[in-house]
Design a binder for this molecule. Structure first.
Ligand code: HEC
Length: 182
């Protein structure tokens, strides 16, 4: 019995030393200009899905669906999200900041989240997504503002005419869209 325990401990120590040696060798890539491996992707996605099913709210969105609230959502999005998720032009509006990220932020007018429940989108915006550049917005936005964003994202591909006009007008500040003023 003692020999088994000593053997197991020795194996674990050798394993840890080996892992440390590999880390120190620089063979595990630390660069951002690469594609995530399928193992990395699987771990991150499984963890995210499991967390969402435990924690994402299933209650209805407390912010009413009307033009005023959708426009409020567009303004919040334009101010905070365009720099990574693009404008109504979708993939064509990808900013330099978005292009260089390791986990690419979806350009939401092309790859939207209309199919997700608003509770799931609320959770992702509020808490952010670990191992990616998606920030947790609960430090800067209220729950009400986050629900307003979730409302807009849910309806992004079926906005009433007048709201669609505001969305397509896009941000006026080149700092956001081009990364530099002309
Ligand atoms: C600094 C970059 C950055 C900013 C700013 C940012 N995000 Fe993200 N966001 C990301 C990245 C990267 C992902 C992809 C994460 C992943 O693949 O799991 C993401 C994912 C998401 C998702 C999930 C998309 C999906 O397909 O499941 C939503 C919804 C989202 N962001 C909403 C927002 C909103 C709303 C804002 C503004 C309040 C915002 N994000 C601001 C980087 C950003």
């Amino acid at each position: 019995m003692r020999r088994i325990i000593v053997g197991t401990v020795a194996l674990i120590v050798v394993g840890l030393l080996g892992a440390y040696a590999i880390l120190q060798s620089g063979l595990i890539p630390a660069n951002a200009d690469a594609k995530p491996s399928s193992l990395e992707q699987w771990v991150a996605e499984t963890s995210l899905q499991a967390t969402l099913s435990r924690e994402a709210p299933t209650t209805p969105n407390p912010v009413a669906l009307n033009n005023e609230n959708l426009i409020k959502g567009i303004h919040l999005y334009t101010k905070n999200c365009v720099v990574c998720h693009g404008t109504a032009k979708g993939n064509a509006s990808e900013t330099p900041l978005a292009k260089g990220q390791y986990i690419k932020p979806p350009q939401l007018a092309t790859d939207g989240v209309e199919d997700d429940t608003m509770g799931i989108t609320f959770w992702k915006i509020k808490h952010g997504i670990r191992w990616t550049a998606m920030p947790a917005w609960n430090k800067t936005l209220t729950d009400h503002q986050i629900w307003t964003l979730a409302l807009f994202l849910k309806h992004m591909d079926k906005l009433p005419m007048v709201v669609k006009g505001v969305w397509q007008q896009g941000p006026t500040d080149n700092l956001i869209t081009n990364g530099a003023r002309p």
